[in-house]
Design a protein. Structure first.
Length: 522
């Protein structure tokens, strides 16, 4: 390895290390679904040794297009505590994404890895990380690696195609929709090559298409055999949703709301503490790129231009649900963003490229610093949660109730992370993801019965006025206690029939003040 290459590796290592700083500022990562997944891994690892957990949860291993991190994390969860496991998973995701972007950048053209690394560092803290969609993010990193391999070796040898087929299966097992995106990338790459070439015969088209189609054979077979494909709406529920909205007369309003929301996911693809901050840095980076383009300092790789255009189109037209997974369209901007930064190349005079890179390095530092500062506030809140956990008995059913929350693209303090942690901290039974179409896991016994009787809750937080009925309803359904989180800072007293078992900061643990008569469960 030459000295120039060594220097590049050192710089990239320092960039990646700097990108991890926000993870060090808080014991709990403010990602909506992350700890639900992590607690599920913990439960799956301990159902054989804990009779109470075994009476409420059941492992149900199957080949699913959303299982990648389950296979990796469940064995680790036998020895690694949930808080440390969550950070380990996020570091793994970051490493696969960061290195995958560098690999694709290097495959598209030599040099430019440092610029790609500078752009990738703040993008690791993206809108989908806020959602906590861990399998998707892990699969996205694998997509970048698989795309890099395809760009380097496309059609060169039988072995190269065989490796691509293996990578395609790994991408599919990590996340089914990511596999679909990978198919889009390589199919558009081959189509672009066909269009740009002088030979546009049927034979050449078949020669280019065959290796792409070959990579889909095993994943398609696995999908058709999976429970995801057999579930109602397993492919998509878009048709039924449009029909219902049309009948109700709310289709146009919903489409307008979706368009605004999808544009917001682009503006906040690098997700920071506030919409204004994200919007400002988005505009500044856009202006810098436009200036660099006008000066000839920065260009997009011709190989990826068509894939980027198709990705932007998908962000607008993709239905919200595909392959049994919701919020699909939210995920496309981060996919497009990683492809975009891997596709950029710097040209021009040395001082121009150095200044251009320095400007983006300053923005990256500001974004990472703002995220670290914002996340540090959760350290105090976690101490409050620990006080609540210390007052929660082991082996009880605990319901979760978030009051006053708003959509993930809004600015508010998150509290969806905490209740799932009681599964690992106290061996309590809490509601965890257990969809036949997405997880190798089931709710059974008292937890299943209580969950089926729960009053329906909104996706992201309830108005204060709904709180008394929902809290009473959770206890009446069979839950022993209700952990209430109040992100708006409103003060309220428990409804009649419930008492405060513990209270700290934004958290309140409620239980019945007398034994309740409950209906028999299903």
């Amino acid at each position: 390895m030459g000295s120039g290459r060594r220097d590049e590796v050192v710089i990239l290592t320092l960039i990646f290390a700097g990108a991890l700083i926000p993870l060090l500022t808080t014991p709990v990562i403010p990602a909506i679904d992350l700890y639900n997944h992590v607690s599920r891994y913990f439960v799956m690892a301990h159902t054989g040794s804990d009779g109470y957990l075994a009476g409420n949860y059941q492992n149900h291993w199957a080949l699913l297009p959303n299982i990648g991190l389950d296979v990796i994390s469940v064995p680790l969860a036998r020895r690694v505590p949930p808080l440390l496991l969550a950070k380990g998973i996020v570091v793994l995701i970051f490493a696969v994404q960061f290195s995958g972007a560098l690999a694709l950048s290097s495959a598209l053209r030599p040099g430019g890895a440092v610029f790609c690394g500078v752009l990738a560092a703040p993008l690791l803290y993206n809108f989908i990380l806020t959602w906590g969609f861990a399998n998707f993010l892990f699969g996205l990193g694998l997509l970048l690696w698989a795309s890099a391999w395809w760009v380097r070796t496309r059609g060169r040898t039988v072995r190269a195609v065989a490796v691509s087929c293996l990578l395609a299966v790994l991408v599919f097992l990590a996340h089914g929709f990511v596999f679909a995106l990978y198919g889009v990338v390589i199919a558009v790459l081959e189509l672009s090559a066909f269009v740009r070439s002088g030979e546009r015969s049927v034979r050449r088209a078949a020669r280019l298409a065959a290796p792409v189609a070959l990579q889909a054979v095993v994943p398609a077979a696995l999908f058709l055999m999976s429970s995801t494909a057999q579930t109602a709406g397993g492919v998509t529920n878009a048709v039924s949703a449009v029909a219902q909205l049309s009948q109700a007369g709310g289709l146009l309003a919903r489409l307008a709301d979706l368009f605004i929301y999808r544009m917001t996911t682009f503006v906040r693809v690098e997700h920071g503490p506030a919409l204004v901050f994200d919007g400002l840095t988005f505009v500044v980076q856009g202006l810098l790129l436009a200036y660099g383009w006008s000066r000839g300092v920065v260009r997009v790789s011709a190989q990826m231009a068509a894939s980027l255009a198709v990705g932007c189109l998908l962000a607008v037209v993709t239905p919200p649900t595909l392959f049994g997974i919701g919020h699909i369209s939210d995920r496309i901007p981060v996919f497009v963003a990683f492809l975009f930064i891997a596709s950029l190349e710097l040209k021009g005079l040395r001082w121009e490229t150095a200044g251009f890179m320095a400007a983006f390095a300053v923005i990256a530092s500001l974004r990472l610093g703002a995220t670290a500062l914002d996340w540090s506030g959760y350290a105090r809140e976690f101490e409050d949660f620990q006080r609540i956990a210390d007052n929660t008995p082991s082996h009880v059913l605990v319901a979760n109730l978030v009051i006053g929350g708003s959509r993930p693209d809004d600015d508010h303090r998150r509290c969806e992370m905490y209740t799932p942690l009681l599964a690992g901290a106290r061996d309590d039974a809490v509601g965890l993801f257990a969809s036949n179409a997405a997880q190798p896991f089931r709710l059974i016994g008292p937890l299943r019965a209580a969950s089926d009787r729960l009053p329906p809750q909104r996706s992201w937080g309830e108005p204060l006025g709904n709180y008394p009925a929902l809290a009473l309803g959770a206890v009446a359904a069979g839950f022993d206690e209700v952990l209430v989180c109040n992100p708006t800072g409103q003060r309220f007293t428990p409804p009649h029939g419930l008492v405060v078992a513990a209270s700290a900061g934004r958290f309140m643990l409620l239980k019945a003040d007398a034994p309740l008569r409950r209906d028999a469960g299903p």
